[in-house]
Write a protein that binds this ligand. Sequence first.
Ligand SMILES: [Zn+2]
Length: 656
Amino acid sequence: MKKINEEFYSSKIEILEDYLKLHNPNDLSATEISNDLGMDNKKEVIIDVKELLSYDSDMVSFIASHSQDAIRLFEIAINNIVGSSKVEIRFINMPNTYKKPIWKIRSKDVGKFYFFEGYIRRVSEVKHKPRLKVYECPQCGNHITVLQLNGPKAPTKCGCGRKGKFRLISKEVYNFQKVILEEDTSEQGNETEPAKKMVLLKEGLADPFITNKLKLSYKVRVYGSIGEMVINEKDDEYITYIEANNLEFLGDSFSINILSPTCIAKIKDIVESDKDILTNMANSIAPSLHGLYNIKKAIMLSIIGSNHTYENKVLIERGNVHILLIGSPGGGKSAIMQNVNNLIPGSRYASGSTASGVGLVATVQKDELLGGWSLFPGAIPLSNKSIILLDELDKISSEDMGYLNQALDKLEVQVDKAMIHTKLQSDTTVIAAANPKHNLNKDLVDRFDLVFATPNISKGEHSKVLDKIFGRFLSGDNSGRIYSEELIRHYVLYAKTIKPRLTEEAHQYLKEEYTKILDPKGLDEGVFLSNRIVPSIIRLTIAAARSRFSKEATVEDAKTSIGLLKESLMSIDVLKNGVFDAVTYERVVPTKSIGKAELILKMIGELDTGMGAEYNKLESVLKDKGIDEFELDKLLSALSNEGSILIPRTGFYRLL
Ligand SMILES: [Zn+2]
């Protein structure tokens, strides 16, 4: 203990005795403490720092600057009251001024006490270490106790005068484990890789009860002091770590706990007064991107999701709504994905091409912070209970593909790599994007509830957008509401707590419409198709009910669901003129026509000599590429209608 004024000590101890008698009388029950608990089972005494602040504010600053001494004072005070100090003092509820962002920790903070918040990213094994060792002198039989403070230590001589080796007869140990805490990106902005820090949990904090709760992607609040340790003995280099004093579990990234009652009341009011809540919330995603409204609506339902169905604690049907967007780069899908990533707590953006070499599910790597080899969870388990925005799905490795199939349906993945065999939770909603030029694995595509082809934002689209913006000024139309990101977050958090029931009418409606889509003429052709669409439309219906904060999923919700299904099937050419194309559906080589339209636009650009591209030349070039005259005519008129091309005179085409 540091040399601090004796008077200060004894006055503080007296104050603490009074404080403890007043605020922690139950913790001090003498019988419990004086029971022979053994060093592993010390009794916890929890000190509410905010309470202490109003009692003795000096003591709180003393904790922050000299936590070890402060703990010692508490122990002495407790010993004075009950005659035993077999306690572990834990602090909780510190004022916000003591919150320390992980990325701001520097050497000057070493020894100081703060609290920290972040997600658990890796967890080491539980190990143990001697606190003290007892040796016996072979000459006189004397027992010598040696504290094991900084590394192993043995006695060199005995009181009887003997020097040399002594026999180890017993040791007293404590358990510890290490976790990696990762800062929430919202704490430091999205630009950088989130800061990480090793947290040492020892004694009671390595209790099985705590270890069992250390789940990846859980958010925790850690109270503790900042320590330093050598990482490179030769160059005398150090890193900081957090020695935990207490741990609070804040739940999943998507935890309702952050909403105050006033907050909830406000959202309920909004949902009640906005009859078009789903549309308006959906259109608030990437609001500067006009168009793609159905896709935005589908994504909003995906964010909200449905409930998982369990039977005897076994997952029968997932509630996650997975969405796949297929389109060329720059088609607006990246803007939507980026916006969702910024919007949703705990979400992650990852690319199937994984430039960094880190797998989607897990890798085994040498662990500099925890020592030895560790399992580094990939982007999917790290976004457990939240959303992964997975770009370039067509580029993922075959290994990841297998894992992804498991993750999408089973909500956990079995990892068997090197010496590590474990299950990782992956209750993660997947919003993926892929390039249309590549064929996707059918098994994988089947696991998405909705697949949309995203159109290119052509010049024609841009002029339509401009018209719309001017139109709004001209007519004064401001019918659509745009909600703030914070409001959307709160809305989604609350919507996710609702557990709607599917009404009989909605059930009937879904059944009829589903049959009509698959088999409009009643020819029974759709019968042999897999029924994988059914759980998807139910999920979407439940999510639609949640979007209205309704405990009943009605025909109205079923209509939303069927509407999106039809849009999705039409966009990938599976539903044409109301006829279900089973062949295309089974092949799922999505939307050839989008690729063809692109090709036509490209050829028009190349063949344009200043007067426009000639029809005959276009036809002969495109015939070689598999577009016949009939299809060319159809696409040319479509492109002209949407304003992507001009017809300066008959038989000539120009890009707009
Ligand atoms: Zn001796």
